[in-house]
Each structure stands twice: as C-alpha cells, then as structure tokens.
Design a protein around this ligand. Structure first.
Ligand code: C5P
Length: 224
C-alpha cells in the first residue's frame, strides 16, 4: 500500500556508539547519541518494514514497533547483526569503535612510581564492510554513513567503494556544526550515479527522506 511501501521487507539498522571495556569500570566510547539511527529504524517500521535495531549503549528509549537489541562492544554488535540476517535493507549508522583492548580482569590500579599503563589497541571488525561483501547473504541494499570533519565528499566516496556499500550518507561532524549528538543533520547521499545534497533537516526528517528514497529504489531497481 502507498503508506506502507516497505511491507514484507526486513531491515537491519545499527546505531549508537560502542563501548570497549578497558577494565571492569572503564571503557573507550565516542559522542554518538544514536538519534539518527533510531529515527531511521522508526521510519522504516512506520513504512511497514520488519525492523531489527542493533544498538550500542544510548539513553534513548526503544523505538516504537522495532525489535531492539542492546549490545555493548563492536564484536557483540557484529554477532547481533549476523543473527538478524537475511534482510533486504541494512543501514549502518553506528559509530563503531575502530579498536578494542584486551580488558584487564581487575580494575587497573594507579601506582605512584609506575608509568601510566599503555593501551594495546586491536582493530574491531568492520560491520558495514562485512555486510557489504558480495555473497548470497548480502542484503539487497546496504547503506553506510560517513561522519567526516574535512574533505567530506572525497572521503565518503572512497569509503563507499572500500566498504562495498550501495549508498553512503555523508555528513560533516566538525566541532561547531552541532551535528554529532544534536537534533539536526545535513547530509549528502552518494550512490553509484553521483551525489545528492539535502538541506539541513531535523534527524527525523532525514530519516523519512532516506526511507522514501529506499522505498523508491526497491520499487524500481536499476537495470543490471
Ligand atoms: O570507517 P568509518 O567508521 O568512518 O565508516 C563509517 C561507516 O562504517 C558507518 O556506516 C559505520 O556504521 C560503519 N562501520 C561499521 N563497523 C566499523 C566501523 C564503521 O559498521 N567497525
């Protein structure tokens, strides 16, 4: 039906930061609030999709009508995403930590004479790149986000190719834009055919516009 264009479709959305423990009381995190991803999950559900939201730690309530799975680390997020497959649409908005450390079993103590502990950083899996890999389990439409502070379009275009996603939604998160953790977003959608710049909009409006674009794409797939 026109108001539920994604009825019968399955969607996976990742959102929020990840927390990578250092010891039982400390962790590495980032400034992602989850707002944009939650809004996308809610808009996909409102359009009729069966939505699984895999969320890192946030203060947001579970979106209405969405199956929300809460995780802490990037590795947990990947595991939960794998369980949500197969799906038709994957939207990776999560600000996944790039690295984790092998956490200490006990709280690391500071000692007066000893040097500060060094953190040995180990790369995390790239969830978007894994979902974008060609193969039978690949979602039909894989969408990534690229939060950049400079050379936004150039970096995002490179990222789209490197991660094997169909669309990348690029945004400028420089200090002063108020975007990371804020209520508004100003994005450029990059696909195989080019760039589409959208005006500064409420994150809920960005979500609705993205979902409308997804619905149009799935109705009229490009010629092979
Ligand atoms: O490489 P970068 O973090 O800038 O790429 C951003 C995009 O990749 C986002 O869509 C983000 O959700 C996704 N990503 C991911 N797993 C990672 C790192 C990024 O899914 N480990």
């Amino acid at each position: 039906s026109p108001d539920r264009p994604l009825a019968g479709r399955r969607a996976l959305v990742t959102a929020g930061p990840t927390h990578e423990p250092i010891d039982p009381v400390r962790y590495i995190a980032n400034r992602s609030s989850g707002t944009q991803g939650y809004a996308i999950a809610e808009a996909l559900a409102a359009a009729g999709a069966d939505v699984t939201l895999v969320s890192g730690p946030t203060t947001l309530p579970d979106p209405a009508g969405v199956h929300t799975i809460r995780v802490e680390t990037a590795r947990d997020m990947l595991e939960a995403c794998r369980h949500a497959l197969p799906c038709d649409i994957a939207v990776c908005t999560a600000a996944v930590a790039d690295w984790h450390v092998a956490p200490a079993a006990q709280k690391i103590k500071k000692t007066a004479d000893a040097p500060p502990p060094a953190l040995h950083l180990v790369p995390n899996p790239d969830i978007l790149a894994i979902l974008g890999r060609p193969g039978p389990a690949r979602p039909g439409l894989v969408i990534g986000f690229a939060a950049e502070t400079e050379h936004v379009l150039a970096h995002a275009t490179t990222k789209r190719a490197r991660k094997g996603c169909d669309w990348i939604v690029a945004n400028d998160v420089s200090p002063g834009t108020g975007i990371m953790g804020g209520a508004e977003n100003e994005v450029t959608v990059i696909d195989a055919t080019g760039c589409e710049h959208w005006p500064r909009l409420d994150k809920a409006q960005v979500a609705h516009r993205l979902v409308a674009r997804i619905a149009t794409f799935l109705q009229t797939p490009p010629n092979p």
